[in-house]
Design a protein around this ligand. Sequence first.
Ligand code: FES
Length: 361
Amino acid sequence: MTTEQWHKLGPVEALRRQPLQQIVLGELRIALSYADGKFGAIAGTCLHDGGPLGEGTLENDCVVCPWHGYAFHRHTGQCCTETTGAVPCFHLKEEGGDLYLALEPATPVVPSARPPHPLARDPERAPGPLRVVGVSTTIMNRQHPRFSTSDYLLEIALAHAREQGGAETRLLTLNELNFRACEGYYSKGAETCTWPCTITQQDADDQMQQLYEALIFWGDVVLVATPIRWGAPSSLYFKMAERMNCIQNQITVANRVLIRNKVAAFIITGGQDNIQAVAGQLLMFFGELGFQFPQFPFIAHSRGWTAEDMDTNVAQVRASVELRDGSCALAGRCLALAGALLRADQPAASTERGGRKAHPI
Ligand code: FES
């Protein structure tokens, strides 16, 4: 204790007023707590992803990180939400009405023994034939499914990719996946939205993981099929898109492009109109993720604003040779572009800091 270098934090009386505060001493961040008549001091940088612990909350002698909720004991620094890991703790002393902090940590940082999340690996393409991911975003009663025109055309496109294009295909039906809506971590701060997605890291049952795996690691092409709902893509599409913020945000916060040399295209059908707005939304979002588009990147069908005869819509789509041929041709264009991109193998450096968010934060 005698060799410790002490730093005066200030009057005890004033420091007692806040149960938890973040104290910044040059490079050093301290989460200083006061409860039950005792101060506690632990490192103020969260072990999980660097969140400011002193800006969090105090719960049962644990400091809860404001970013994603990991907690650390306010005296020992031991992680309260995991079985391993600890942030350093610091000695304190009171003298002459002031509180002093020992600048050397009393305990070392202990990294979490939890292995890295599988999605944290580098997105390297495994050798093999071209691969097409179909994503159905239509919603229906799971027990009593109905015919979906967008799903119907998607299945035709996938069958064509398999049978004529020699591709492997995988269909993901969002209606059958259980996943939570985005919880808006980005709104706390750009760095708070993590890759892998915070929800996926914390929830082993999160089935968005299937989509992340398929889009980032497995597929060369994604075909997204959506109905038109009040002039917009389906609400399930938006639920998925918001959970993909973390993919785009890696470009913003980490200069990391997860989507490279991949192709996206769309199938849009609706009883009423607004195809152009739906296509515009999809093109903008998938473009910002890093996907590329074939010439004529979507096919669409709508009965138009004045048609209220949905009972004939299904029959029309099923009978339409043009829509069937259009679905096949769309798949063919995607495979041609995906093959060309893989052969050209665009180097990473040429696309970093691309898109709307080209400026560093
Ligand atoms: S950074 Fe603290 S919980 Fe994620």
